[in-house]
Design a protein around this ligand. Structure first.
Ligand code: COA
Ligand code: AMP
Length: 628
């Protein structure tokens, strides 16, 4: 069946479509109710189904005779370590770790925060939680203690699992000390912290509530999977919103397993037993879905890569990993390709490795992909390079070209493909009417969202309603702008809100503004995303001082350090521009869109409502600051 046919079926009769897809996975109790409303009126999939995600990811394959196949290959150029786990080996570790967590009192419905680098123990921790019905919340390592503290107070974990350290190229990331600082700051205190000792790096002191990860596995007996409801939460993943507080996206068990399994076959064109590599981090949704759950649910080998596309040791790393591990399908962010292209514009390293001996498709997502990068990669690899669009909220692609469907159409550069089965996607105008072909509008999905998508926000149904469902009644509001062409290809043009995307990392400008405005020298500020050749966007802070500062350079450094210490290095917050005034509307709202256009040197018009006659001079000032 073609993508169009599959999509049509899924929209015409979603319950029949998703009932059939549910048969892909193993249930303790097969669902009879496919789509229903919960007590809050939100759509839920497979409400009466019972399942365990870890069972489907590990036990099932061992039971079916695939225990000796590789589940996970860990490749860490930063430590020089490479190791492999078969399904049987991974199951043994996970079931003992699950037993260890149970011995610490973790039970069904408890939350567990995981703050770890890209090591196999992070994957084990996630699966061990799933095994006993505990809800994990992985926090990306590039976030600072304050961000971890916010998540601790929101998720209220019984246990936190961490490691002593991580490595960022050559810099040691002191995970345990960062976590200790976060726990000290948070109001909620976990009962225990389980620490994986990497035996290098950061000096860490052990506290009385700390437990050694390896000893916990050694001394614990294996436990079986427990039965959970399909609608029980598997995990919470915090992501940036338009306010200073991150939102906890909930993922359930049943819909998630069905959707990811479907996606491996149809979107990525994979076969069980093959090798899949998502070069992301377990702290992001891509890592949750395509490093951990989807490849294992589909009985593939997943690559866990602890390194960067460049500098570990050079721009050949990706191609080495593909060739060494015989990767069939890969997924990365355009930024990574831009970084490689910059170091190796001729693609000489690609030729050194026989990349396409196994690699069939290269998928890109996480940010808008510029045409030059996509064309470069297509030219160098000579295989389909597929841009596809999704969000933490969806958990899997909403737009893609399905490589597992019949006759995938040729890729149109600039487009993220067509709606994926399950997503009734529409481009709406501000007034809710449908945009014409080629007319830019807001990308929305007519409800119900398919299985796998967020059912709500963690302990915040109101924010879920207000943020996603109320803007266009009957539709999910994605926050992205876009348009579709005559053939149905959809083009994503970028966020319509104040979220920015830095090197494929989603960040909130409101959060950065909160940190900057807290500085006593700052009277007001606006943080905007400015276009950047490598990272797509980088944050730019425009600040107005309370009084003339004696040392502007020192002040800028202080602000940069504050954001690094409170949000984390991943914000890549390095530019502060001092201005006399910020352009505002008559109602006092800062004109961010105008500021973005100015900083990006795009064409802009100054609205008639602007009440500051001096703006043109200031605009010139900003441009000259940016280009100087
Ligand atoms: N733990 C701790 N710190 C981290 C981190 C982690 N897991 N990830 C990033 N950081 C830090 C980096 O060390 C860097 O710190 P610095 O300011 O001291 O140099 C900062 O956060 C920014 O990191 P990053 O965004 O990785 O930029 P970079 O300049 O180090 O590298 C690229 C540039 C393009 C190589 C890199 O951004 C990259 O690989 N991007 C692809 C991202 C990706 O795959 N995203 C997946 C989402 S789908
Ligand atoms: P995240 O929730 O971190 O995955 O970030 C989701 C956001 O990243 C989306 O809302 C988009 O703004 C952006 N994004 C992800 N994939 C793409 C893509 N293929 N093209 C354009 N933007 C993308």
């Amino acid at each position: 069946m073609t993508q169009k046919e599959l999509h049509q079926q899924s929209i015409d009769n979603p319950e029949v479509f998703w009932e059939k897809q549910a048969q892909r996975i193993s249930w303790y109790k097969s669902p009879k109710t496919i789509l229903s409303k919960d007590e809050k009126g939100f759509d839920r999939w497979y409400a009466d189904g019972e399942i365990n995600t870890c069972y489907n990811a590990l036990d099932l394959h061992v039971k079916n005779g695939y225990g000796e196949e590789r589940a996970l290959s860990y490749d860490s150029p930063v430590t020089g370590i490479k190791s492999h786990y078969t399904y049987r080996q991974l199951l043994e570790k996970v079931s003992k770790l699950a037993g260890g967590l149970q011995s610490l009192g973790v039970t069904n419905g408890d939350t567990v925060i995981i703050y770890m680098p890209m090591i196999p123990e992070a994957v084990m921790a996630m699966l061990a939680c799933a095994r006993i019905g505990a809800v994990h919340s992985v926090v990306f390592g590039g976030f600072a203690s304050h961000e971890v503290a916010i998540r601790i107070d929101d998720a209220r974990p019984k246990v936190i699992i961490t490691a002593t350290s991580g490595i960022e190229v050559e810099r040691i990331v002191p995970y345990k000390p960062l976590l200790d600082a976060a726990i000290d700051e948070a109001t909620h205190k976990p009962q225990n912290v389980v620490v994986f000792d990497r035996q290098f790096g950061a000096e860490c002191s052990m506290r009385k509530e700390d437990i050694d990860f390896s000893k916990l596995i050694e001394t614990s007996g294996p436990v079986d999977c427990i039965t959970v409801k399909a609608t029980d939460p598997l995990y919470i993943l915090y992501t940036s919103g338009t306010t200073g507080t991150p939102k906890g996206i909930i993922r359930d068990n049943g819909g998630h397993a069905v959707a990811l399994h479907f996606s491996m076959e149809f979107i990525y064109g994979m076969k069980p037993g093959e090798v899949f590599w998502a070069a992301s981090d377990v702290g992001w949704v891509v890592g949750h879905s395509y490093i951990v759950y989807a490849p294992l649910l589909y009985r593939c080998t997943s690559i866990l890569f602890e390194g960067k596309p460049i500098k570990t040791p050079d721009a050949s790393t990706f191609w080495r990993v593909i060739s060494e591990h015989k990767v069939n399908v890969m997924f990365t962010a355009p930024t990574a390709i831009r970084a490689i292209k910059k170091e190796d514009p001729e693609g000489r390293y690609i030729k050194d490795y026989n990349v396409t001996k196994t690699l069939r498709h290269q998928f890109l997502a996480g940010e808008r992909c510029d045409a030059a990068t996509l064309k470069w990669l297509q030219d160098k690899l000579n295989i389909p390079v597929i841009d596809h669009w999704w969000q933490t909220e969806s958990g899997w692609a909403m737009l893609a070209t399905l490589m597992g469907a019949d006759n995938p159409p040729p890729i149109k550069v600039g487009s993220a493909g067509f709606p994926v089965p399950g997503y009734d996607l529409h481009i709406l105008r501000e007034d809710g009417s449908k945009a014409d072909t080629d007319e830019e509008g807001i990308v929305c999905v007519k409800l119900p969202l398919p299985p796998g998508c967020l059912p709500s926000l963690w302990q915040n149904d109101l924010r879920f309603l207000k943020g996603y469902l109320e803007r266009f009644p009957g539709y999910y509001f994605s926050g992205d702008g876009g348009y579709s062409d005559n053939d149905g290809n959809v083009y994503i043009t970028g966020r319509v809100d104040d979220i920015i995307n830095v090197a494929g990392h989603r960040l909130s400008t409101a959060e950065m503004e909160e940190v900057v405005s807290n500085h006593p020298a700052i009277s007001e500020c606006a943080v905007i995303g400015a276009a950047d050749e490598l990272k797509g966007q980088i944050p730019y802070a425009l600040v107005v001082l309370r009084n003339e500062s004696p040392d502007k350079q020192a002040l800028k450094q202080e602000l940069i350090q504050s954001v690094r210490q409170q949000i984390g290095p991943v914000a890549a917050f390095k530019t502060v521009v001092i201005v006399d005034r910020l352009p505002k509307t008559r109602s006092g709202k800062i004109m961010r869109k105008l500021l973005r256009s100015i900083v990006d040197e795009e064409a802009y018009t100054i609205p008639a409502t602007i009440d500051d006659p001096n703006i043109p001079a200031e605009i010139k000032q900003l441009i000259s600051i940016k280009t100087s």
